[in-house]
Design a protein around this ligand. Sequence first.
Ligand code: PLP
Length: 445
Amino acid sequence: MNFPQKGISEAEVFRRMEEYKADDGKWKDGRTFSLVYYAGEEITALTERAYREFFHTNALNPFVFNSLKRFETEIISMTANLFHGDADTVGSLTSGGSESLLMAIKTYRDEARRLKPHIKEPEMILPITAHASLEKAAHYFGVKVVHVPTDKDYKADIKAVEAAINDNTILILGSAPQYPQGIIDPIAELGALALKYGVRLHVDACLGGFTLPFLKEAGVDIPPFDFAVPGVTSLSADLHKYAFAAKGVSVLLYKNKDIRRFQYFSYADWPGGLFISPSATGTRPGGAIASAWAVLNFVGKEGYIKIHKKIKDLTERFLDRIRSFPELYILGDPKAGIFAFGSNTLNVHALADILEHSGWVIDQQSNPDCLHFMITPAHENVIEPFIFDLKTAIALLKASPEKYVGGSAALYGMSAAIPDKVQVNEYILEIYNNFMTLGGKFNLG
Ligand SMILES: *Cc1c(COP(=O)(O)O)cnc(C)c1O
């Protein structure tokens, strides 16, 4: 495509964009189960307005936009309070969960370089269910990942974590909850290990940070997962997920300033001036930060309790209906709005393809094979339509399984059959590289 010679009218710009949107996932109709967290029009209108009013501001330089500095420090203070921090708790706003985790790993790597210089090859211990962005962080920052398995309930196996700790270990990690099955790792036990061996403990509460505290207040049995647990040294929580802020904002909290300082980067020799940057990004959109401050203050604890109780009720209804199919089972005992189901008799990837034909966007997982769901208020009216389509899909698949052996079933089957994951990594990378090319086709078959 050539660079446009002449501009087109505003009307034409939006007409074309509308056209491009036609095939997008229908998130507002509850047809997607990830990527968009929608809590209704009132909250959306508020976050959009806050974003627009700070659209042009830039948190790159907090000395110029005092408003943004106040939003940021107040959000950090409010969330430190929510997560049982104390007067020493500090933090940083980032662009999302991935950047929060990237920064946490960089911080601990640099801290170890300074305080434990005998460590030449730093290691971090990750339950296999930890978010993939932590693998990315380890890759970017040259930290070796030591994987540990989960127990039968999909929680980090504490004995395996302890056995994996050695002189090179700089941190261990727990999730609250982890993404694949929505299960909360045993944070209290991980905290005890962190203290016993003098290593750092990061809690990835990107998903649960703005869910679990409110469910707990609503009476749900939620184990301690935050700074209330001795040994926890940092925690990440995504404002743009279950706090419903605009995309592009997450909070990363540290036990104290002495740790946070290793996140910061400064450079005094630049002809552009004395340079200091808190995180990976340079320019930081003030709109996202403003939207987060606005939504926390607008909704408040009582509002979030109400929303998350509703999500919990919706999730229970989903789970009950899914359990009514003898072919399906729920993995573990999920506490929040995140869950996965698998099957002992059906190929769930084939099932996902059939559901996709009916207009659902289904997230597929492997090891073990299952389908992944995150519930928001947008799903209020889709439980029965979804269950109806699921029932139909199961019947179709049982009647003629041979019809559905291609597509996702073939892709996941191939991946499972190749023991050398380096090859699979190369393959999916190649597919993606082609897909993100104009005119490219996303051909899985
Ligand atoms: C979403 C998520 C992340 C990554 O966050 P992004 O905002 O998508 O970058 C990390 N950890 C968990 C548990 C998550 O759910």
